[in-house]
Design a protein around this ligand. Structure first.
Ligand code: NAD
Length: 244
């Protein structure tokens, strides 16, 4: 819906590419003003009237504090936080270093904790807000080589549920989307590619990977008043992957 997010202020993490970038574009098209957070300098290419890029690592406390302060300074109190930044490592547990394990948990779970905590501090007095976490079918399912990722997304699903119970009494809704395969560069560090995700998506019941925009639509819905009765939900948008 055009203008749905008019007067709304959103923070999107992992905004430089993939699902995060599509979410920034969609919320912006519908009227939101956005602080777009990512660790790479290429998030700066998103700068536009109503979009302020913020370069930072979501695992550092200073990033969440800085991003929220930037939102307040530039646009006003944030109404929406999308915890989308995420990484994956494809390795068996027996081959995984402690740093690799810690890094996946830090970005995918702790990053969402930090941004949610800082957002709650300003949303609670305002008595309104929506937090949307970007999960995965790995919130619930597993296969070999994704132990760290599945552990982090399982943690994110449970953060979503527990925080939603703390938040709803203050008028703040916390939900998550369980994404299926989306053809992004998330696997590039493992030497894999968008093509690998496309091929994996072809094995899902819908027989294709998703476009980033298809996840952005679900994220926008959960962030909007149209989802006013949704609290602590992990909504699967995975082409049927989790039901087959
Ligand atoms: P992507 O790699 O295109 O986007 C991830 C973004 O997060 C990048 O812009 C990256 O710079 C940023 N980022 C990574 N670590 C960061 C950090 N420490 N601090 C700040 N920014 C950081 O990948 P994507 O597929 O768009 O992934 C977005 C989310 O979707 C992730 O949480 C991912 O787990 C989830 N997801 C993706 C898929 C898929 O198939 N692509 C499936 C399920 C879930």
């Amino acid at each position: 819906p055009v203008g749905e997010f008019e007067e709304k202020v959103a923070i999107v993490t992992g905004a430089a590419s993939g699902i995060g970038k599509a979410t920034v574009e969609l919320l912006h098209e519908r009227g939101a003003r956005i602080v777009a957070v990512s660790r790479g300098a290429n998030v700066e290419t998103l700068a536009a009237p109503g979009i302020v890029p913020f370069v930072g690592d979501v695992t550092e406390e200073a990033t969440s504090k800085g991003a929220i302060a930037t939102a307040i300074r530039e646009f006003g109190k944030p109404d929406i936080v999308v915890n989308n930044a995420g990484i994956i490592i494809n390795k068996r547990v027996i081959d995984m270093t402690l740093d690799e394990w810690n890094n996946v948990l830090a970005v995918n779970a702790t990053g969402a904790f930090l941004f949610s905590r800082e957002a709650m501090k300003v949303m609670t007095p305002a008595k309104s807000g929506a937090i949307v976490n970007v999960g995965s079918y790995a919130c619930f399912q597993a296969f070999p080589t994704i132990a760290a990722y599945a552990a982090s997304k399982g943690a994110l699903a449970q953060l979503t549920r527990a925080l939603s119970l703390e938040a709803i009494g203050h008028g703040i809704r916390v939900n998550a989307v369980g994404s299926g395969d989306v053809a992004t560069n998330i696997l590039s560090a493992s030497g894999d590619s968008e093509e690998a995700l496309r091929q994996h998506g072809e094995k899902s019941p819908i027989r294709r990977a998703a476009e980033p925009r298809e996840m952005a639509e679900v994220i926008a819905f959960l962030a909007s008043p149209r989802a006013s009765y949704m609290v602590g939900a992990v909504v699967m948008a995975d082409g049927g992957m989790s039901v087959a």
